[in-house]
Design a protein around this ligand. Sequence first.
Ligand code: SF4
Length: 119
Amino acid sequence: MQMVCIVCPNGCRLNVEQTEEGIVVSGQRCKRGEAFAIGELTDPKRSVTSSVRTTVKGYPVVSVKTDGEIPKSKIFELMDMLKNVTLHEPLPIGSVVIGNLFGTGVNVITTTQMEETDE
Ligand code: SF4
């Protein structure tokens, strides 16, 4: 099978074969490509970026992201969870919105600096 490594912008095209000796990867320019390919076959993970609603003036939504990777199979469940999140006060960038996702230790954090307005 072929896949593109997404760990860095080089985007190496990887050839991945399952052999009796295990998974054999070629085409990578560095060791991270082999780890990526093996991870994709055995336990694919992704970072996620999205947004959540707020009731704070001037911020109908704020952007959020995971501060690490979660199992790819949990992404839709996370997106459903985020639909039910509404922030009610201005938060500094990097605030935890949902902690310890699925027991992974990964958090969803804000990526917007929300400023209080006097109005
Ligand atoms: S194999 Fe290494 S150099 Fe190539 S895309 Fe992956 S991380 Fe980048």
